[in-house]
Unconditional design. Structure first.
Length: 104
């Protein structure tokens, strides 16, 4: 039982590390804060499933008209995300910035 828990903990750590390398590093370099983008999507789309669907659509098919970036200058950038990893990265992103269950 302890080995299974250790393997699961290691898998979660590796996935979070993948998010740090693939998403946060680039966004920090470009000056596009992930937290603000998350809250813009949450305010506009209001539910976990709709937020993830909209983000996935934007990441796969960027469109300036659909951009919810917090800056006045809108970027059109084709993200270099593996399609197989995208759902995992979006789930990590959701878990990192969600407010449900964190407000007291």
């Amino acid at each position: 039982m302890g080995k299974i828990a250790a393997v699961l903990a290691l898998a979660l750590l590796l996935q979070a590390n993948m998010f740090d390398k693939k998403c946060e590093a680039c966004h920090n370099k470009m000056g596009l804060p992930l937290k603000e983008i998350f809250f813009n999507y949450l305010l506009y789309h209001s539910s976990e499933s709709r937020v993830k669907k909209a983000m996935k659509e934007y990441l796969l098919h960027p469109d300036i008209k659909k951009s919810l970036l917090p800056t006045k200058k809108k970027y059109l950038y084709k993200h270099k995300v593996n399609l197989n990893e995208l759902d995992i990265l979006l789930q990590i992103y959701w878990n990192k910035y969600k407010v449900i269950g964190k407000i007291r």
